[in-house]
Design a protein around this ligand. Sequence first.
Ligand code: ADP
Ligand code: UDP
Length: 248
Amino acid sequence: MGTKVDKDKNSDGSLLRDKKITIVFVLGGPGCGKGTQCEKIAKHFGFTHLSVGDLLRAETKTGSAYGAMIQTMMKEGEIVPSEVVVKLLQQAMLRSGNNKFLIDGFPRNEENRLTYESVMKIEPAFILFLDCPQEEMERRVLNRNQGRDDDNIEAVRKRFKVFSESTLPVIEYYERKGKVRKVDAAKPIDEVFNDVKAIFAPYKANFVSSSNFNAEAGVEHRMCPALSKRLARCARKTKALFRKRAPV
Ligand SMILES: Nc1ncnc2c1ncn2[C@@H]1O[C@H](COP(=O)(O)OP(=O)(O)O)[C@@H](O)[C@H]1O
Ligand SMILES: O=c1ccn([C@@H]2O[C@H](COP(=O)(O)OP(=O)(O)O)[C@@H](O)[C@H]2O)c(=O)[nH]1
């Protein structure tokens, strides 16, 4: 990173060749424990946890143009348009200052995946798939008590349907590429984390400090200037994509 040649190679905004960015997608049905495990991984292995659900919920509170649309879609368990999500992810990555990211709950469908690939151009290191039976996930969601307006039986059942119809094909896609690390998420939290720890062991060596991103307030400034510049270029590209498409 940082040589003139490297910079020229990336003049299209591509981050693909930046070997220093590590991205792990964390997928699984609603309530399987993505947030719970991501928090632990972030602490132990120095990743920044980006929960796309949390980023979207924070966006609904900003009064932005997309806030009301996002709120309605989430309440109905629908998938928010990819451009909105990718833009929020880019902004959060830029703000985090880190170069190791857990992207929790994304990509949720093939369109999410394709948009991510075409804009971000960073191949995920692997996909952590938290596999859990539906009855157990339903129990967990209905007992979650976080005041979410999509944690009711009706919305949860819709989210299960979206998960099996739209998200499982994404997991299958990565499975074909040998990138899925599946964990039995029905076990107690610490037992699940033991299995997760084994998967993340190679990242322990690079651990610097814990960086658990807070969607509403988290701003850290440890990212190197070159990487920050590249992400900013990438964000401009998304903005252009936004302008081309009419708002939903
Ligand atoms: N392995 C587990 N066993 C029992 N309860 C769990 C487990 N993992 C998470 N939970 C609980 O289930 C609920 C949903 O977990 P969460 O991490 O929010 O899931 P997700 O982010 O996948 O929707 C939370 O109340 C959490 O404390
Ligand atoms: O990439 C994403 C992630 C989340 N969501 C929306 O956010 C909701 C909650 O997602 P989250 O990951 O917070 O919760 P989960 O349903 O996995 O418990 C989903 O039902 C979707 O409406 C979305 O549209 N795209």
